[in-house]
Design a protein around this ligand. Structure first.
Ligand code: ADP
Ligand code: TMP
Length: 234
C-alpha cells in the first residue's frame, strides 16, 4: 500500500488516498475539540490509543457479524479502511442519561433508559450538527428508509456487543456516536469507536473514562484513555 495525497483533515483525523482507489488511510491525531470546535486542545497519545481501541472494536464487531470499513492497522496512528460514500449523519445510541440528554429530558445524569434510544444528528459543522428525525432525513435525501433500517439494526447490534465486552471489564457503556457509509450498495460502519465518541463509566465508582474528562476539565484525560485501552486488551 502506498500513501497518497491528503484527501481531508478533520478535527481528530487526517484521511489520505492510497494507490487503491477503494481504500483510504486514516491517521489519528492527538487534537481534541469540544462544543463543536469552541474548545481546542491536545490529548497526548490519544491518536495512538484511539487507533488501537477502534481496531479492537471493529475486529470484535466483525467476528459477531457487524461489518465495518476496517481493513487493517498499518502503524501506531494509521489504519487502512474501505473508502465509503459517507452518509452525512451521526447516529447516537444512549443507554443511560448523560450529556445533552440531561437538559433535553430534565432527568439527572445516570438515569437508566428503559430501552436504548437512537438519535440522528445532521453531520454539518456550519449548522452545529442539528438533530434530525427520519422525515428530515428522507426530505434531505440523506439516506433511504431501507438504509435507516440497516443503520438502526447495526447500531443496536453494536450497542449489545460493546455493552457485553465492556461489562466484563467493569465498564458501563453510557452512550456513543457512530457514522456509516456505502460501499458497493452495502451499508458499513465507519469512522472510529473510541473514548472520543463514547461515554464509558467505571461500573462501581461511575468514574468517567472518556472525553467528558476533557470537555468538563476533570483532569486525568490521558490516564482515562489509557485505562480503557488497558481494560479492553489486558
Ligand atoms: P470531522 O470531520 O468530524 O472533523 P474527523 O477528524 O474524525 O472528523 O475526520 C474523519 C473524517 O473521515 C470524517 O469526516 C468521517 O466522516 C470521514 N470518514 C470516516 N470513515 C470514512 C471512510 N471509510 N470513508 C470515507 N470517509 C470516512
Ligand atoms: P451528547 O450527549 O453531547 O449529545 O453526546 C452523545 C454521545 O455522542 C457522546 O458519547 C458523545 C458523542 N458525540 C460525538 O462523538 N460527536 C458529536 O458531535 C456529538 C454531539 C456527540
Amino acid at each position: 500500500m502506498i500513501k497518497g495525497n491528503q484527501l481531508y483533515e478533520g478535527k481528530a483525523k487526517v484521511v489520505y488516498e492510497t494507490d487503491n482507489p477503494d481504500e483510504l488511510l486514516v491517521y489519528f491525531k492527538d487534537d481534541a475539540t469540544a462544543g463543536n470546535g469552541a474548545k481546542h486542545g491536545t490529548i497526548d497519545g490519544k491518536g495512538v490509543i484511539n487507533n488501537k481501541i477502534s481496531a479492537f472494536f471493529f475486529k470484535q464487531l466483525k467476528d459477531r457479524g457487524v461489518k465495518s470499513h476496517f481493513i487493517e492497522t498499518v502503524s501506531a496512528r494509521e489504519m487502512l479502511v474501505k473508502k465509503l460514500d459517507m452518509i452525512k449523519l451521526e447516529i447516537i445510541v444512549r443507554n443511560i442519561v448523560a450529556g445533552s440528554l440531561v437538559k433535553r429530558l430534565g432527568l439527572p445524569e445516570g438515569t437508566p433508559l428503559a430501552v436504548p434510544v437512537i438519535e440522528y444528528d445532521y453531520k454539518s459543522d456550519e449548522l452545529g450538527d442539528p438533530m434530525l428525525n427520519r422525515w428530515h432525513i428522507m426530505a434531505l435525501n440523506l439516506a433511504t428508509i431501507d438504509e435507516m433500517n440497516q443503520i438502526e439494526h447495526m447500531s443496536l447490534a453494536t450497542n449489545t456487543i460493546m455493552r457485553g465486552i465492556l461489562k466484563a471489564k467493569n465498564v458501563d457503556l453510557i452512550d456513543f456516536k457512530l457514522e456509516f457509509g456505502r460501499f458497493n450498495g452495502e451499508v458499513l460502519l465507519a469512522d472510529e469507536i473510541s473514548p472520543d465518541n463514547c461515554r464509558f463509566w467505571d461500573t462501581e465508582t461511575h468514574e468517567k473514562l472518556d472525553k467528558d474528562r476533557f470537555r468538563q476539565d476533570l483532569g486525568g484525560v490521558e490516564e482515562a484513555y489509557q485505562e480503557i485501552l488497558n481494560r479492553l486488551t489486558m
